[in-house]
Design a protein around this ligand. Structure first.
Ligand code: UD1
Length: 371
């Protein structure tokens, strides 16, 4: 079609949310052919299929089934399988998002074949090299030709790493495009009702980072804090499979259930967004949730020593707790002020701006020239 072919790659839950608006905006333009590859890093019904269906995501053209494994194994499987796709499809550009293992694997395979890469959500830095995502971010940005940023500090971070500013395009936050598109539908579902929760009255919890759940002592501290919180507030916790596995093996799941914490399976996009909308407060270690909570104006407490999303602290509702989960027990969801953040480029039109840049680059062959 027209300007050329873009292969979009998704693999893990947050990237479905980030990439959907770019794909939809290119579809609306109608002058770029699109193919969608799902690496299969996330493969459960709840982690993948339900998310994709809630987001009205187009059916992927290729599914690579790389599945779970160690970082090396998972990345290597995606790298090898995606290289075969590139050799078959010969796209003009590959578009990747975020910072998961699939993102890095795909960027590496693509760069080695000399095909231009556009990276959605470039330039975020936690400066914490112990996080797998930080390694994925830095390397993916280094390999990319068009770097889409969503917050002011991203351009500075990239400049410090010596990346040519001509490659960097501030388009805003595509994750917030998805939020704006679906928030009314999510709210109408009132997902707090079947759980017998009142709006504004509960704390929504998501925790899955290796630093919080993989080591027994930290996981025990987290559970103690949540049990303390559940002593005076309703707590709902959709549990990531990694966390469920760790809670089970440490024998901690029963402590949470015994304290009345509502432990749920991972949720689809609409139910989770709905629960965020209705929450009095959110406790998380996820990157995307810090952003969504800020856009919705819901107070957010992040159990990490750092964040690659400082704009959620300076302009949003996010508070960094550090590594010690104890203060979670003192959160009073009914007493906290809600205030919607207004952040430049978090306006529901970032996907459109990214699509226009991609089309212009394909049109003028600038993507290659930038490589
Ligand atoms: C990945 C991303 C993380 C992102 C998160 C969102 C990396 C390095 N990490 O972490 O940045 O915040 O996705 O969820 O890419 N599992 C299932 N079913 C699934 C997927 C995973 O049961 O559909 C289980 C497996 O036991 C697996 C574990 O979850 O070993 C972890 O999955 P993995 O994709 O390795 O990393 P996440 O923790 O999900």
């Amino acid at each position: 079609m027209g300007l050329g072919t873009v292969v979009h790659v998704v693999g893990a839950r947050p990237n479905f949310v980030k990439m959907a608006p770019v794909i939809a905006a290119l579809e609306d333009r109608g002058d770029v052919a699109q193919r969608i590859v799902h690496t299969g890093q996330h493969y459960d019904e709840r982690m993948s299929a339900e998310m994709l269906s809630d987001l009205e995501f187009p059916e992927p053209d290729v599914f690579l089934a790389v599945g779970s494994g160690t970082h090396g194994a998972q990345t290597a499987r995606a790298l090898e399988a995606f290289e075969a796709v590139l050799l078959e499809e010969e796209p003009d550009l590959v578009c990747v998002g975020g910072d998961v293992n699939s993102t890095l694997a795909v960027a590496l395979a693509t760069a080695k074949l000399g095909i231009p890469i556009a990276h959605v959500e470039s330039g975020l830095r936690s400066f914490d090299w112990t996080m797998p995502e930080e390694i994925n971010r830095v390397l993916t940005d280094r390999l990319s030709d068009i770097l889409f940023t969503h917050s002011p500090e991203a351009a500075t971070n990239l400049a410090v790493e010596g990346i040519d500013p001509a490659r960097v395009r501030f388009v805003g936050n595509t994750m917030i495009d998805s939020l704006r598109r679906f928030e009314a539908r999510a709210e109408e579902r009132e997902p707090w009702r079947p759980l017998n929760l009142d709006r504004g009255d509960y704390v929504l919890v998501t925790l899955h980072r290796p630093s919080n759940v993989d080591a027994g002592p930290q996981l025990r501290r987290v559970v103690d804090a949540l049990v303390g919180l559940a002593g005076h507030a309703r707590v709902v916790f959709p549990v990531h499979p990694r966390t469920t596995e760790r809670l089970r093996s440490e024998g901690l799941l029963s402590s949470l259930l015994g304290a009345g914490v509502e432990c749920l399976e991972p949720l689809g996009y609409l139910d989770f967004l709905g629960l965020q909308i209705g929450a009095g407060a959110i406790v998380t270690d996820s990157g995307g949730v810090q952003e969504e909570a800020s856009a919705l104006g819901v107070p957010c407490f992040t159990l990490r020593p750092n964040t690659e999303r400082p704009v959620t602290i300076t302009h949003g509702t996010n508070t960094l707790l550090g590594e010690d989960p104890a203060p979670i027990a003192d959160i009073r969801p009914r007493e906290l002020e809600h205030r919607e953040a207004h952040i430049e480029g978090w306006d529901g039109h970032a996907g459109q701006r990214a699509a226009d840049v991609i089309a212009a680059a394909l049109g003028s062959k600038r993507a290659k020239a930038l490589a």
